[in-house]
Write a new protein. Sequence first.
Length: 334
Amino acid sequence: MRESMEEEPMTEPGHDDNDVGLAQILAEVVEEVRLSIDRDINGADLLYGLLSAPWLYSLLRVYECLVQHSRDAPRPYMPYSSRLSQEIMASVRGLAAPSSEAQELYILLKCPHMQALLSAHDSVAQRDYGPVLPPLPDELPDNEAMRIVCLVKNKQPLGATIRKDEKTGNIFIARVIHGGLADRSGLLHPGDKLVEVNGQKVQGLQPEYVIQILVRSQGNILFKVIPNSPQPINSRATLYVRAMEDYSPLQDPAIPCPDAGMAFSKGDLLEIVDQRDIRWWQARKLHSASLCCGLIPSTNQFRSKQRELWWSQPYQAHTCIRPSSYPCPLSTLI
């Protein structure tokens, strides 16, 4: 155990000493330029005005502080404190008659909070900041531009919907839910074609089967996608509206993905963040704790004849087949 404690501390390459003192050098240069002004040298007054700007001096001072902090930043003495604590506790347990100080040390090291602290310390010391991404495959098809997308998924959905082209069997990203994991990553976009999910080809599969692949996957999820053409920019400003009636996506046969819909009640304040789809907008309730948006009908959708027909008929909970009067294609939330 003594040998472990006497190992060399972790070090990092330092910075050149010439990086420090730039503010002092600037002050000396400004003084030289000021003397040049007194000698009527052409352009000296302009240079003096630029170098005398307070923001430039402040910027150099900030840079000096960053360099100094990078050089003198505290470094971990050892990257294996958790293992060392286990060795110490084993040594204390092996004592026939441990002293009161040894018993107190054992209790402190055994505390779950102390163990968690030592584990976090080791993770930072070993620079274990995130998951190790798998290597890129060596062979990629040349006929279409392929992109490898790796997302780290926990228990929350990815925040995107997929649909299947019945003619070709291809699986496409139908829409990306604003505020979801896919949207925050900026790597998946509507219209992207899914080729593989975790090494399994998805062409010809049903969207429900692709969902099961994602449900069984935790941690790193590797997508092979063929990007769509440049995405349209949502140029419309954020819109705030008040709901004039109740809405439930589970009772709406026209919504392309009920799981991605957002229910609201009459009087709720809604923030519309995406109006690119003329039929289905993305919105969230104002002052809601959730950052992820949901689908709601647009004003055009509410005014359409299909919507009027739906509200005039009683809802049958057992009906899962989309009526032929609603041509909107189905999509599935991933």
